[in-house]
Write a protein that binds this ligand. Sequence first.
Ligand SMILES: O=C(O)c1ccccc1N[C@@H]1O[C@H](COP(=O)(O)O)[C@@H](O)[C@H]1O
Length: 206
Amino acid sequence: MNRTRVKICGLTREEDIDVAVAAGADALGFVLWPGSERALDIDRLAHLVARVPAFVTRVGLFVDQDPEFIRRCEAYLDLIQYHGDEVPATCAKATRPWIKALRMRDALDVQAAASDYREARALLLDAYKPGVPGGTGETFDWSRIPAGLSKPVILAGGLASTNVGEAIRSVRPFAVDVSGGVERAKGVKDHDKIRAFIQQVTLAQP
Ligand SMILES: O=C(O)c1ccccc1N[C@@H]1O[C@H](COP(=O)(O)O)[C@@H](O)[C@H]1O
């Protein structure tokens, strides 16, 4: 069994990046969607990613945005996270590897999505809240995740140090992704919460 990877998302400050890296984060998420309180512009993205060491994945989060803008951001990113209603053909415009976030609304057929988004490197499963594309801080019913999906699963939505161990034991995802659960305000990470989160992920390994 592989170790569960950890992505810390919604980073906006240098010191939070340093703490996440030191604590053992595998991936760092940067929100490029201007509708978010955690949003960065491209200059700030360039500045922040300059302190990310080799072998830590720089992930850019986009929600139904102009492919040209995404293309300009790609210079500073290793992986694209599509977190809106992007169809597979739109996702395929990226010149970087990409993952697709799916919000777990009742009608969603996860198996079908896994085959539709055939070029995705993983599916990120997040809670569904009408009118909000993500970062809701809410969990969803993990038992809805089908076994034997053809894509690696990145589990997201309302995770924190208090529930990530249980989440890993019940879903056995490839990775977990957290934003609000390691914050003290939107875009301001709590360093103790980051360390506690990654410690609980480590303790949950079989
Ligand atoms: O973080 C945001 O502001 C955001 C905005 C739009 C779409 C997704 C966003 N964040 C992603 O949401 C999930 C869950 O976040 P949380 O842990 O429940 O706060 C996570 O994948 C973030 O990457």
